[in-house]
Every structure is written in structure tokens, then in C-alpha cells.
Design a protein around this ligand. Structure first.
Ligand SMILES: NC(=O)c1ccc[n+]([C@@H]2O[C@H](COP(=O)([O-])OP(=O)(O)OC[C@H]3O[C@@H](n4cnc5c(N)ncnc54)[C@H](O)[C@@H]3O)[C@@H](O)[C@H]2O)c1
Length: 323
């Protein structure tokens, strides 16, 4: 069995690769190690993965380069592909939409083109809760339409989902689209609020809080996401194309998230309240009925425990002696 993990030096890709290697699975990882955020963190994640060289082979390749990708596909026959590489970030998509065309739309199409002749057993694609855009309902389910994105990031993920559906239909490729809801945890992304808040509270710097911390997110701990991915990879469900929400079904206000960081650090934040940013959704709430019915995906890690584990990692990784 051979698995391809794209974006293996990214936050979720790192955790998934470690998990698969531990289960004695051969993993080929691809990542361009781009500099959207500090590449040193990506290199450190890779260094940690590379401790087990026998089960892991890494290619520093940009998925936009179809010929390089073609060579990798010629050399390895993949049983499963988990495509996580992407340009993430809602706010950055206003500054640099073309990065989303390249890294989300073109990259995904390149992978699908290389799968159409001999499809793998399954391809999993990372999409996002942001595709629900202006939906007004209390929680988001997979049957709702996704034609009101409010950021270019969301628009690029909706495009990717549509492209994946067309390839699945035309070439009989089994595809699962995973709509991830605000994933957090150790080795996380420095561009995300919880990472930034922790860093600034420790340094006694002001934290910018949009919308008075009133918006809410379906925060999902990374180990739960990895467990869900493992179950989806293993279970046989007779559907060629499937879209699934992966969340906690337990939305919490950003304000509470900050309180829990303060509690763990035993330190108050200095708050700077600012307007809601355009492109940001007010709230996200994963309806998990379909994921539970089809795969029995049940969320485990509660928010306080998850935050504490992130902060323990952060203090250790940054070698912080005094808070
Ligand atoms: N973390 C979350 O909260 C969250 C929420 C919803 C969706 N997602 C999606 O999950 C996936 C993983 O997210 P993450 O948080 O681990 O992000 P990340 O930015 O940490 O990881 C993405 C990795 O992909 C790599 N990459 C980007 N473009 C590439 C390309 N063209 N070729 C090769 N490598 C490339 C980057 O260098 C990076 O290491 C992404 O598709 C993201 O959109 C994440």
C-alpha cells in the first residue's frame, strides 16, 4: 500500500503523515515549502517526520509543475491520495487571489489529470467550511447550496469541489471531499488566531479582536480530524463522490477561546477591539449527521484540553522559559 500526502509539511499534512507512518504505511509526501508563513516551521515538521526514513519519501515539488508531478506518478503507484496542499487563509485571498488559482485550482486539476487513467482506490480532498458563505441556517449541512462564497479562498475551494466532481463522474474516480471546520492544535498554523493570540499574550502585546470576539467557530482538534480521515480511508461506502463535513458540531465564541488561552497561560490579554473583517464568516457550525450516519465520526477532544495541548507544544517548541 502506498499513500500520497500532498502538503505533508503543512499543519494537517504533518499530523496525518506521522499517523500513517506509525501504522507502518508507506507514505510519499509532496510539499513546495512555500513562504506563506515561516518555512522554518514546515522544515521542523519535516525533520520530525523524517526520523522514520524507511516509511517516508519526500519530494519538494510545487504541484503546479505538472511535468515534475508526472515523474513522481510514473515512479510510484498510489493506492490512496490525500490532497491537503493548498493556499489557505481567508484574508490573504484578498491580497493575492492568483495564489489560490495556482495552488488550489491548477494544482488540484494537475493531480486529477494524473489520476484519470488509473484511478487510485480513493482520493480525499481538503475543502473548507468557508464554502457555506452567506448561508443563514443555524448549522451547515452538505445538501445546502454553496453559491454565496464571501472570500476568494472559499470560491477557490468551491471550484475545486466542482472540478473534483466532474473528474469523478467522467473517469470513475472515487473521491471524498472533506469540508474541514477550523482545525487547531500543536504544530498549528501561525496565521491562525489562536496561534497569534498565544504568541502575543506571552509577549505582553495587544491582540486584535475582530467583531468583539462575538463570532463563533466549530473548533476541531487536529487529532480528531486525523482519526476521521483514517476511518474514511478504511471504510467502504458505495458512493463514487461524497462530500462530508468534518467538525466538532460544538461551536464556541472566539471570546471563550481567548479566555481558555488566558486561563492556561495564567495571564490576561490586552485587547484591541476592531471591526469585523470583510470575508470573515460570522459563524460556522458543522452539521455532522451525514458523517455520523455514513462513517460514525464522533468528536472527542474538548476545547479546553485541545488548547492546553497546543500551548504545551508552543512553549516547548519556542523554548519559552518564563511567561
Ligand atoms: N487548518 C484549518 O483550520 C483548515 C480549515 C479548513 C480547510 N483546511 C484545508 O486543509 C488543508 C491543509 O491545511 P493546513 O492548515 O494544514 O495548511 P498549511 O498551509 O499548514 O499546509 C498546506 C501545505 O501545502 C503546501 N503547498 C501549498 N501549495 C502547494 C503547491 N502548489 N505544491 C505543493 N505544496 C503546496 C504548503 O507549503 C503547506 O505546507 C488545506 O487544503 C486547507 O485549505 C484547513
Amino acid at each position: 500500500m502506498k499513500y500520497l500526502v500532498t502538503g505533508c509539511a503543512g499543519f494537517i499534512g504533518y499530523h496525518l503523515t506521522k499517523f500513517l507512518i506509525k501504522k507502518n504505511i508507506n507514505v510519499i509526501g509532496i510539499d513546495s515549502i512555500n513562504n506563506y508563513y515561516d518555512p522554518q516551521l514546515k522544515k521542523d515538521r519535516l525533520k520530525d517526520i523524517l526520523k522514520d526514513k524507511k516509511k517516508f519519501k519526500f519530494y519538494k515539488v510545487n504541484l503546479c509543475h505538472k511535468n515534475k508531478l508526472k515523474r513522481i506518478f510514473k515512479k510510484h503507484k498510489f493506492d490512496y491520495i490525500i490532497h491537503l496542499a493548498a493556499q489557505a487563509g481567508v484574508r490573504y485571498s484578498m491580497k493575492n487571489p492568483f495564489s489560490y488559482i495556482d495552488n488550489n485550482i491548477l494544482s488540484t486539476t494537475n493531480i486529477l489529470e494524473l489520476c484519470k487513467e488509473k484511478p487510485p482506490k480513493k482520493i480525499l480532498f481538503a475543502s473548507s467550511s468557508s464554502v457555506y458563505g452567506l448561508q443563514k441556517s443555524k448549522s451547515f449541512n452538505e445538501n445546502q447550496n454553496t453559491n454565496t462564497p464571501i472570500s476568494f479562498y472559499a470560491a477557490s475551494k468551491i471550484s475545486m469541489e466542482a472540478i473534483a466532481h466532474s473528474y469523478s463522474h467522467l473517469y470513475n474516480i472515487p473521491i471524498k471531499v472533506l469540508r474541514l471546520f477550523t482545525v487547531y492544535g500543536p504544530w498549528g498554523r501561525p496565521d491562525m488566531a489562536y496561534f497569534n493570540f498565544t504568541k502575543k499574550i506571552i509577549k505582553n502585546e495587544k491582540i486584535d479582536i475582530f467583531n468583539r470576539g462575538d463570532h463563533f467557530r466549530d473548533f476541531t482538534y487536529v487529532s480528531d480530524i486525523i482519526r476521521f480521515i483514517d476511518i474514511i480511508l478504511k471504510k467502504k461506502v458505495n458512493k463514487k463522490f461524497e462530500i462530508l463535513n468534518l467538525g466538532s458540531n460544538n461551536p464556541k465564541k472566539l471570546g471563550l477561546f481567548i479566555e481558555l488561552i488566558e486561563k492556561k497561560l495564567n495571564k490576561k490579554s490586552i485587547k484591541n477591539y476592531i471591526e469585523k473583517q470583510s470575508g470573515d464568516m460570522h459563524g460556522t457550525h458543522a452539521d455532522m449527521k451525514k458523517s455520523i450516519n455514513n462513517y460514525n465520526l464522533r468528536y472527542k477532544v474538548d476545547l479546553e484540553k485541545g488548547i492546553n495541548q497546543f500551548i504545551d507544544w508552543y512553549i516547548d517548541y519556542k523554548k519559552i522559559k518564563k511567561i
